[in-house]
Structure formats: structure tokens, C-alpha cells
Design a protein around this ligand. Structure first.
Ligand code: BT5
Length: 249
């Protein structure tokens, strides 16, 4: 038990590595072997960090890369609520640790001044009715460098703050916030999560381009529903977007 955190579930146990392929992969393996809920895998470096759809996540030394195992009583179509709580926790952690205001961009990005500073990769094992377990991967650019191709679109906390950030403090603050929001999720207070997410979101009322299954559509964002699906207006028609990527216009 990691007593210093004083959390109820998240961070009960923290396993630290110097280098792994992906903390999400290690966490999934731990779940397979019966890891307790709230176990966290943290690594200094990931050699095969992953984003969604098998995209690459750059994870050099200096960044914060970790994954959490959870076993929530949720329906599979409520999984996005977990990603939402993790995104909220990242923005809260960044605010308390670095005094910087970060925003959430649907579905899993955290931005500062429109540049990506963090991402969430939620992976789950479920059947039709029940979600069995989830691994929530969190990547935050803290004191790491970024490859040239990402320097325009992405940023780091160090760059924004103008000095190195205390990565350990950032980690603890995010875990504490994740724990608090996980409690709210378990209590079924989904409206609270949605309201808070909306407050921290940078997309409501904005015009966006939706990239989905190889096609692109322009839309205006109206909000999200109780399962975290994006509600948009496309040429006067109301549509619900389940997954995909959006680009702010
Ligand atoms: C994400 O995917 O944003 C999820 C990132 C989750 C990373 C964590 S780290 C711990 C855990 N273990 C893992 O293996 N993964 C998780 P997505 O929305 O698909 O965004 C991926 C895209 O972001 C890439 O295609 C790049 O364009 C960009 N990208 C890659 N590395 C980045 C970085 N370090 N900072 C900002 N953007 C990055």
C-alpha cells in the first residue's frame, strides 16, 4: 500500500520500471495474473508507447508514462466515462502541480494553448453486458523533449512553465485526482463527471473537422451525451459520434 498517497483505490500499489515497451501492456499482463484494482505501472521510458489505433506515442526520458488497472461496474458502452475522469484528473494535476490551465479535447487529449500535452489510452476487456477490467494509460509530456515532427502540434509542461516540473508531485496529484473521480464514477454520479468535463473542455460550440473511417466531415460541437459520445451539428442535422478524431478549425 502506497500510504503517502492517501487514496482509496488508485495507487494502492505502484510498480516502477526504468524502461518497458508499454506500461499498458505490462498492466494488462498484471491483470491477467490477478493484479489488485488500482495497481499502477510507471516507467521512465517506453520503447513502444502506444496511442489509439496502434499509433506511436513518443515516450522518452523526462515524461510521465503510467497505467492504472481498474475493475469498474460499468456497461461496456460507458467506458468513455473512465477516459473522461482520467482527462479531468490530468488537468487537475497540471493545475495543482504547475499552476497551468489545461483543456480537454474529445475524446482523449489534453491541450495547453491548442498544443497536445497529454493523452489517455483506455483499453478494456468486456463481453456484451459486462466490462471485466480496464487499463487506463496516461502519458504527460513533462520534462521530455519532443521529436521535430511534433513540436508544432505538441508541447511539454517544462516548455510552458519555463522550468523543470516536479514529475513525482505531478504523478501523485494526478493519482489523487483520479482516485477522487473514480469514487464519483463508482457512485454513479455521471452528471457530475460530464459537467466537470464540459467545464474543462475546449470544444463546445467550436467548428471541427471529424476524421472517421477515412472520411472527413465539418461539424459544430454541441456537447457530449451521458456516455461521452460527441453531439454535433452537421449541415443542420444532429448527429452522435461514437469514436474518431477531431481537428479544431
Ligand atoms: C493518445 O493516443 O493520445 C494516447 C496516448 C497514451 C500514452 C500512454 S503513456 C502510458 C501508456 N502506455 C502506452 O503505451 N500508452 C499509454 P492518440 O489520440 O491516438 O494520439 C496519438 C498521436 O499523438 C500520434 O499519432 C502523434 O501524432 C501524437 N503523439 C505521439 N507522441 C506524442 C507525445 N509524446 N506528445 C504529444 N503528441 C504525441
Amino acid at each position: 500500500m502506497e500510504d503517502y498517497l492517501q487514496t482509496k483505490v488508485i495507487g494502492r500499489k505502484i510498480i516502477r520500471y526504468d524502461s518497458v515497451e508499454s506500461t499498458n501492456s505490462i498492466a494488462k499482463e498484471m491483470v491477467r495474473k490477478g493484479a489488485e484494482e488500482g495497481a499502477v505501472v510507471l516507467a521512465k521510458v517506453q520503447t513502444k508507447g502506444r496511442g489509439r489505433k496502434d499509433r506511436r506515442w513518443h515516450s522518452p526520458e523526462g515524461g510521465l508514462w503510467f497505467s492504472v488497472t481498474i475493475y469498474p461496474e460499468l456497461q461496456p458502452d460507458q467506458a468513455m466515462l473512465v477516459t473522461m475522469t482520467a482527462s479531468i484528473a490530468i488537468t487537475e494535476g497540471i493545475s495543482s502541480c504547475c499552476d497551468i490551465k489545461a483543456y480537454i479535447k474529445w475524446p482523449n487529449d489534453v491541450l495547453i494553448d491548442n498544443q497536445k500535452v497529454a493523452g489517455v489510452l483506455t483499453e478494456l476487456h468486456a463481453d456484451k453486458e459486462k466490462l471485466h477490467h480496464m487499463v487506463v494509460g496516461v502519458g504527460v509530456n513533462a520534462n521530455n523533449r519532443l521529436p521535430a515532427e511534433l513540436r508544432e502540434r505538441a508541447t511539454t509542461l517544462q516548455r510552458k512553465k519555463g522550468s523543470e516540473v516536479d514529475k513525482e508531485q505531478l504523478f501523485s496529484e494526478i493519482l489523487r485526482s483520479m482516485d477522487r473521480w473514480y469514487g464519483i464514477l463508482i457512485d454513479g454520479r455521471y452528471d457530475e463527471i460530464r459537467a466537470h468535463w464540459l467545464e474543462r473542455s475546449s470544444i463546445i460550440g467550436k467548428n471541427v473537422r471529424i476524421h472517421e473511417h477515412g472520411s472527413k466531415r465539418t461539424a459544430t460541437v454541441n456537447g457530449i451525451d451521458d456516455k461521452g459520445r460527441l453531439l454535433v451539428d452537421i449541415n443542420g442535422e444532429q448527429k452522435v459520434i461514437l469514436t474518431g478524431d477531431i481537428e479544431l478549425l
